[in-house]
Design a protein around this ligand. Sequence first.
Ligand code: F0G
Length: 457
Amino acid sequence: MPSTIIEPFRIKVVEPIRLTSRSERQRYLEEAHYNTFLLDSDKVIIDLLTDSGTSAMSARQWGGIMQGDESYAGARSWQKMKKAVHDLTGFEHILPTHQGRAAERILYDYLGGKGKYFFSNTHFDTTRANIEYTGATAIDCLTETGKHPEEEHPFKGNIDIAFLESKIREVGPENVGAVILTVTNNSGGGQPVSMANARAVRQICDKYGVMFILDACRIAENAYFIAQREEGYRDVPYKEIAREMCRLTDGVIMSAKKDALVNMGGFLALKDEQIANACSSTLIITEGFVTYGGLSGRDMEAIAIGLEEVFDPDYLHYRIVSTAYLGNKLTELGVPIVKPVGGHAVYVDARTFYDHIPVEEYPGQALVADLYLQGGIRAVEIGSVMFGKYDEHGRLVPAAMELVRLAIPRRVYTQSHIDYVAETFAELLADKHNSRGFKITYEPEFLRHFTAHFERL
Ligand code: F0G
């Protein structure tokens, strides 16, 4: 049998891509103040900004959408979604939300507040923001190996258990809001978490009577890595692995925009009835009635089907291997990336790629701009534009790493699109010493990367 791993689907509906010229893109980028978040999507050729809400749905999901029951209460589509979420998580108390951060807000508002502490491998930015918004403190407890882009390790998303325990003792278990395990660890390079690590977190949480929450956005991708890399899981179906991980926890939060293969949606699933009741009240006030949250019936129908499809072995194999395909191509070219390649994205180390551009001139932003100019590719800087701060003298305190994320939407791009991305990198490499950095000419107080304006130096 030929060895090429093909996209395990045929294309039934197509969406045209407008092929722009370099001079057009130069103009568009200037109009967007060199911030790719400010570009209209029809000016982008390959959009790798995010894997969130950008999946292509299947014919079955679109068929399901026509079956959506839009009743306010007790809709049939809700029963289907509830059954699918229960089947995955094992929890009785399930709350639908319009996306992941709505579930985060509801739960962390209840568990958080001034004086409370949350611990995670790495808090995703909306997770951290929802925790800090309540007055609580969010502390990352990533294992040391996860902090080094070039270091190879099968589970670089793991929590540092000893550090976690020391922190729980330091703040006092009664002040811990929850321990949150994010699988895969998005902000840490899309790296997986092992079942052994999840089990160890369970033990610590039991020892101190602390709540254990799973951020399960990319749980199917994480399950694939466990099957491949962890002793004893080779022959366990992916869904079983995901189930086992959910059942170690006290609650699961999921942005369905990732591994439920839909464009909008999320949920919160809880073991504890009392907490679920309190969260349901907030849900009704801010999202919608308990049988739809912020979702329409058709959304819930598509989520139920997506949660089943994502565990298809052919899909998951293609998904992880095709992300690695881009990572391997870039490595062959000599592009420095975070290793090993994660599940949903390839992270380029822009500080090494553009080693002539000082951190104060944002090498990641330079790479993002150059990728767009050269190939019409949209990526996102995850470095000092996103996480940089200023000291009391107004000097930049840079982020730990200057990364550029190439997130791969699910079932959207083919191998030739990905080859095109790699070729664009080859062209940038050939001319890399001529690239120049940026200065920021406008920035808002919070989350500046979304709306900042830049000028080329
Ligand atoms: N948790 C993780 C790990 C995420 O990656 C995201 C979203 C969320 C929670 C929030 O979910 O967007 O449905 O409200 N990540 C997107 C990204 C935005 O591009 O990585 P949401």
